[in-house]
Design a protein around this ligand. Structure first.
Ligand SMILES: [Zn+2]
Length: 199
């Protein structure tokens, strides 16, 4: 299970947080490993094309309040990342990869991916993970499952973006759908309901 840092709340995002927190509790109750990414940036190192966000040491770089209990949860591995793609963000200075090591150590065969943003951090992580799996870097990982209800993205409607110089419109429902669509095309399983008996 993978969770990523929050942005400003809205209906889709609030539901994502609620579902992520519910699943994190369930996973920890079952002692199923949880891996959480926290977007965390040095103030002097920008991440183009994005404006400054999740500056290390600020509340924005922490888990949302509903998930902060994970900081003290032995079952959870938390990883600060300073790039969109959590797979690349897991590479350490010595070349090791915290996420790869977590998969291997726990002998994980399926991961359930949730978080924000569906078409950015979630998608890039899923695509890299699928490529790494196909290159046998993540053995024994088989399935990358994205739960749509616990993913969300931000909203910048066309009518708002057109009045902002240089802004790229980002309609929430459409971009959420496109993120899931591309992830599915790359080989992820997209689910709208979860049944753990089936896993
Ligand atoms: Zn970032």
């Amino acid at each position: 299970m993978v969770i990523q840092a929050p942005v400003k709340p809205d209906k889709q995002i609030s539901y994502m947080v609620k579902e992520s927190a519910r699943l994190a509790k369930l996973f920890c109750g079952e002692k199923w490993p949880v891996f959480a990414f926290l977007d965390s940036h040095h103030p002097d190192i920008p991440e183009p094309p994005y404006p400054p966000h999740c500056i290390a040491g600020t509340d924005e770089a922490r888990l949302v309040p509903d998930l902060q209990w994970l900081e003290n949860e032995a079952n959870a591995t938390l990883k600060c990342k300073d790039c969109i793609d959590g797979f690349l963000g897991s590479v350490e200075k010595d070349g090791s990869n915290v996420f790869v090591d977590w998969v291997k150590k726990n002998q994980i065969k399926a991961i359930l991916v949730v978080g924000i943003c569906t078409d950015i951090c979630v998608l890039d992580f899923v695509c890299s993970t699928l490529s790494a799996r196909n290159r046998r870097m993540l053995t024994p990982l088989e399935d990358v499952i994205v739960y749509s209800g616990a993913c969300a993205t931000f909203d910048l409607p066309v009518h708002v973006a057109k009045d902002i110089n240089g802004a790229l419109a980002h309609p929430q429902d459409l971009m959420h759908h496109i993120g899931l669509y591309i992830a599915k095309g790359r080989g992820a399983r997209i689910v709208s309901e979860l049944s753990f008996a089936a896993l």
